[in-house]
Design a protein around this ligand. Structure first.
Ligand code: 1HE
Length: 265
């Protein structure tokens, strides 16, 4: 029997399981192409807010033919302006709980990765795309605007001009193009994404916890800072990480020839 702590309760449109040090979260609403309704978005927030401390990395993927068709458009017609602002802020909270949560997140993409689905993917740390993946921001043609953080995250990921083009002209990027412009970091064959995502997450889970903390919490902030503050923050973070007992043990292991070399794979 596993001694791993249990995961937060989720709505039926999200499924999660433990795999040792990992948690695997699945968007499980394939009949609606994993369109993200309020219940799912709130579920994402409670999942990442309630992750047990022994979860060292998370893999997110989608059931069915598509990763996600984005915002559930059927819910959109029911809101007035104030409710729409609150709704977008709810998405921001959920995706920030993931982006700045306790464990690095690997996302596995296939089929449609569109609108809010792309916003969710952009809030994760490592993206693996299968060759079926394609990316779009159909908000332009639906008469709406992004609301799940894309205006902040996508310009940093692919550039403002590309995001403008996607929204103004409805341009889609296929998996190869997405890989070339930085939407994904890994590109794999159809059906191979989850195994690759789990392999990467296992590797991430082996890092010292303070290194993963520095990479997911400090690095994105440093990248946004003025250089002088960034250099200072880097020095502080570096000293905190290397002063930790785990770092001292790993350094000793290398110097005493017990740790693997950094070889070309
Ligand atoms: C949906 C949604 C949805 C499917 N909201 N119900 N996103 C979009 O504009 C993309 C809209 N979806 C599509 O273009 C297509 O569904 C797909 C290309 C993703 C998939 O096509 P297909 O042929 O496999 O499926 P389908 O027949 O279009 O859809 C199957 C069912 O899912 C159908 O419902 P049914 O009850 O008739 O079976 C669809 O209505 C339903 N469905 N997508 C609601 N998005 C925080 S702001 C973010 C803003 C956005 O994300 S805007 C982008 C919205």
């Amino acid at each position: 029997m596993s001694s791993a702590a249990s995961l937060p309760d989720l709505p039926s449109s999200l499924r999660a399981e433990r795999q040792g040090a990992l948690a695997v979260l699945r968007l499980a609403r394939p009949e609606k192409r994993n369109a993200l309704d309020d219940t799912m978005v709130r579920g994402v927030e409670s999942f990442f807010s309630g992750l047990p401390s022994d979860v060292r990395a998370v893999v997110v993927h989608g059931e069915g033919e598509h990763f996600s068709a984005g915002l559930d458009l059927s819910e959109l017609t029911r809101r007035d302006m104030a409710e729409s602002i609150a709704h977008s802020r709810m998405w921001h909270r959920a995706f920030q709980a993931m982006e700045f949560g306790p464990a690095p997140v690997v996302c596995v993409l296939h089929g449609a990765v569109v609108g809010g689905g792309l916003e969710l993917a952009a809030a994760t740390h490592v993206r693996v795309a299968e060759r079926s993946a394609y990316y779009a921001l159909p908000e332009g043609s639906r008469g709406i605007y992004v609301g799940g953080g894309a205006s902040v995250r996508l310009p940093r990921l692919i550039g403002t001009a590309r995001m403008m083009d996607m929204m103004l002209t409805g341009r889609t990027y296929d998996a190869d193009e997405g890989q070339a412009i930085g939407l994904s970091q890994y590109l794999v064959d159809a059906g191979a994404g989850l195994a690759k995502g789990i392999e990467l997450a296992r590797r991430i889970a082996e890092n010292a916890p303070l290194t993963n903390f520095a990479v997911t919490q400090a690095l994105p902030r440093i990248a946004e800072q003025d250089p002088a503050s960034g250099y200072l923050m880097e020095s502080l973070m570096s000293a905190i990480a290397s002063g930790d007992a785990e770092a001292q043990k790993r350094l000793k292991d290398f110097l005493e020839k017990r740790a693997p070399k950094t070889a070309r794979h």
